[in-house]
Design a protein around this ligand. Structure first.
Ligand code: FAD
Length: 415
């Protein structure tokens, strides 16, 4: 059954725009202007997101207050270049600060991190694939507090299709599932099948003007409740030709498609950092810091977290190398990203297991945060095709390929 959103996208955009003090998109004095500034702003905000997380953790809920804070801190615009009012996190050379921003937001609240990762991904895709006019328009909207995301997942039996109309417009049918932020995102970037097998087309749905019908009953999850990842039915909604982004199938180009896994892995690692911090606080609060077994577990947790941070550094270095997007480079970039996401999944699962033993049954009771952190991280670790990701690493090395193999960039190339 389709249910209307409780908070309309229009009201949400107005809330965050007002909080950002930039409702007309013309001023953004407090926005971070450099990658380091973005990293610092996200780190500063993380404790506040953590404080807000328990209140938003309800089925059908959404962390509206947290996103107003992200907007006010200028963090909705950081994936834009400085010339467009951003912090330059769109540049491959800024991959490490980009991942660290995501890690901090994930440490604050994984549900916020999931939706925020989609927002940044959408802005990166628009800059890679959109026309200059589209980039300028959506950059202004991001600065003004519009929330973007990417909705790709669907049940093939009711997948999204675009039908061409005689007036040059398109009519949609079909639905997306796991549509994070549904009812709150004003600019979801969506994939749909073009007629006559012409491929998959990305488009921006202006969801404030043309809201999808939401089925909230789809989202009865173990964790990540506050992501509002509903089923969104697009039937009957129309698009203008100008809403389409890039050529058919551009969304699935490598290394951007699978290589983007390093972003969700960075958010997940942030969740594991929160588990570590809370475990340490809990044991200190109980005065259980002298026990050798607790010390051993904390040592193991610290070691695993640090190896996760090294993976983040390695993946960022890899993605930023010259030649990373050439055909040979793309294969190595994807294989490395697959390895990194698999390693971080394993690190997070181990952190959860160790934290459970440290805090015991008492620690897993609310209002302690472990119960929520555990549910959120466990659910968020379930990302697409984990088996295929690791098998692809195996294929890559069995074929004798090397992660360091990259062709020399053409003269003058900057990535
Ligand atoms: C909190 C949350 C928010 C999300 N938000 C969004 C969003 O905003 N937009 C969006 O597009 N998506 C979103 N997703 C969906 C996400 O990107 C993945 O599609 C989804 O998490 C993968 O679902 P799954 O684990 O059921 O996948 P599956 O692919 O079914 O994987 C489950 C298991 O089956 C295995 N497997 C996969 N294929 C096969 C096969 N053919 N044969 C045998 N085994 C197989 C996998 O390796 C894995 O072990 C979200 C997911 C979560 C958890």
């Amino acid at each position: 059954m389709a249910i209307r959103p409780l908070i309309t996208p229009v009201a949400f955009a107005a809330t965050v725009a007002a909080a950002a003090g930039s409702a007309n998109g013309s001023t953004y004095p407090a926005f971070p202007a450099t990658p380091a500034g973005a990293e610092a702003a996200a780190a500063r905000l993380a404790p506040r997101l953590f404080e807000q997380a328990a209140a938003a953790d309800v089925e059908g809920g959404f962390p509206t207050e947290s996103f107003a804070d992200l907007a006010a801190a200028g963090l909705l615009a950081v994936a834009l270049p400085a010339a467009l009012g951003g912090a330059g996190l769109d540049a491959p050379a800024a991959t490490l600060p980009l991942l660290r921003v995501l890690q901090s937001i994930g440490r604050g609240n994984l549900a916020v991190g999931r939706v925020y990762e989609g927002h940044l991904n959408a802005l990166l895709l628009i800059q890679q694939l959109g026309s200059p006019a589209q980039v300028a328009r959506y950059a202004a909207e991001a600065r003004a507090g519009h929330l973007f995301g990417v909705w790709n997942t669907e049940d093939p039996a009711e997948g999204v299709h675009l039908e061409t109309l005689p007036n040059g417009r398109y009519r949609l049918r079909g639905a997306k599932t796991f549509a994070s932020g549904a009812g709150h995102l004003t600019r979801p970037l969506i994939t749909g099948a073009l007629p006559e097998g012409r491929g998959w087309q990305l488009f921006v749905l202006p969801a404030d003007a043309r809201p999808p019908a939401l089925d909230r009953s789809f989202w009865q999850p173990l964790g990540m409740r506050a992501t509002a990842s509903f089923r969104a039915d697009l039937i009957g909604l129309e698009l203008a030709a100008d809403d389409l982004i890039g050529p058919p199938n551009a969304y699935y180009q490598q290394p951007a498609f699978s290589g983007g896994a390093i972003r969700f892995a960075a958010v997940q690692l942030g969740g594991a950092e929160a588990v570590f911090e809370e475990t340490r606080n809990f044991l200190r609060g109980l005065g259980r810091t002298d026990d050798p077994y607790q010390r051993q577990r904390l040592g193991e947790m610290a070691l695993r977290l640090e190896s996760g941070r090294q993976w983040v550094r390695g993946a960022a270095e890899h993605a930023a190398r010259p030649g990373a997007t050439t055909p040979t480079g793309a294969e190595a970039t994807v294989a490395y990203a697959n390895m990194m996401r698999t390693a971080i999944e394993s690190i997070c699962l181990n952190l959860l297991r160790l934290a459970e033993r440290c805090v015991g049954a008492r620690g897993l009771l609310r209002p302690q945060p472990f119960e929520r952190l555990h549910r959120d991280l466990t659910h968020y670790l379930r990302q697409p095709a984990p088996d295929a990701a690791l098998a692809d690493v195996g294929r890559f090395v069995l074929e004798g390929k090397d992660f360091a193999d990259l062709p020399s960039p053409p003269t003058g190339a900057n990535q």
